[in-house]
Design a protein around this ligand. Structure first.
Ligand code: IPD
Ligand code: CA
Ligand code: CA
Length: 267
């Protein structure tokens, strides 16, 4: 295993311990609202600070982009860490066990390493560019499904910015009619990890942040799947709009979304 991935795993597991401990007493959580339907707890902050401390011990100069503390480190470093210390905070606050720690490293603009860790199930998803994707050290691949009408898809509903809700609902209507089912589990990084290991055959969501997607996107491509933005290009981290899936399911999702692209991009 690449030593950088090892450090990222150490950081994700440390954050997972903090999250698991706090999950034993969610009644005690101090919840603040960042904006409408956007919550943060002291657990998000403590997990982020533990991750950053561990990364900094080994890589004091790397750039960091983290959800709760923003940018730090040397901005001109060729390495950047993208961190979501607790993806699925709303689920966590409610004791709904679907949340994860997401850590990715980008090298010269390309995703190099990824960890998505689900502490409630002790499921560790990892990938390094060119070396495949793994779940608890076992190689994972996207499912073999080719047909959209047999596919189980994941998605995320608009919940904070409603500018593109009509385009989203038109796509959702089409997907519910044309697939085996659609799920909204509530933690985008884990949804992408589930595509990578074949539990879902595809995923789409608009308006995400880079820390929701970076690690999960590398997991999918290293598991043999495809990931893109709404135009089928690779600008998902910048646009916030992402589609992923098995190669065949991915292209059918793109086709369903294509006629609604303008409405979705208006977000
Ligand atoms: C959220 C989750 C959710 C997605 C939201 C994200 P957070 O992340 O990934 O599934 O629909 O857009 O913001 O705020 O819980 O880290
Ligand atoms: Ca998130
Ligand atoms: Ca978060």
């Amino acid at each position: 295993m690449h030593p950088t991935l090892n450090i990222a795993i150490k950081a994700a597991r440390r954050a997972g311990q903090i999250i698991n401990r706090a999950s034993l007493d969610i009644g005690q959580l101090q919840v603040s609202t960042k904006q409408q339907n956007d919550y943060v707890t002291e657990v998000d902050k403590a997990a982020e600070s533990a991750i950053i401390d561990i990364l900094r011990e080994t890589y004091p100069k790397h750039a960091i982009l983290a959800e709760e503390t923003g940018r730090s480190g040397q901005e001109d470093s060729e390495y950047q860490w993208i961190i979501d210390p607790l993806d699925g905070t709303t689920n966590f606050i409610h004791g709904f066990p679907q949340y994860a720690v997401s850590i990715a490293q980008v090298h010269k603009g390309t995703l190099a390493h990824a960890v998505v860790y689900d502490p409630s199930r002790n499921e560790l998803f990892t990938a390094s560019k060119g070396a495949g994707a793994f779940l608890n050290d076992k190689r994972i691949r996207v499912s073999k499904r080719t047909k959209l009408d047999e596919a189980l898809l994941g998605t995320g509903f608009p919940y904070r910015m409603f500018d593109h809700v009509d385009a989203y609902l038109a796509i959702f209507k089409e997907m519910t009619k044309r697939t085996a089912g659609v799920r909204r589990p509530g933690a985008a990084s884990l949804d992408l990890a589930y595509v990578a290991c074949g539990r879902l055959d595809g995923f789409w969501e608009f308006g995400l942040s880079p820390w929701d997607m970076a690690a999960g996107a590398l997991l999918i491509s290293e598991a043999g799947g495809l990931v893109s933005d709404l135009a089928g290009e690779s600008n998902y981290l910048a646009t916030g709009n992402i589609i992923g899936g098995t190669p065949k399911v991915f292209s059918q999702i793109l086709q369903v979304i294509a006629p609604h692209r303008q409405g979705a991009l208006a977000a």
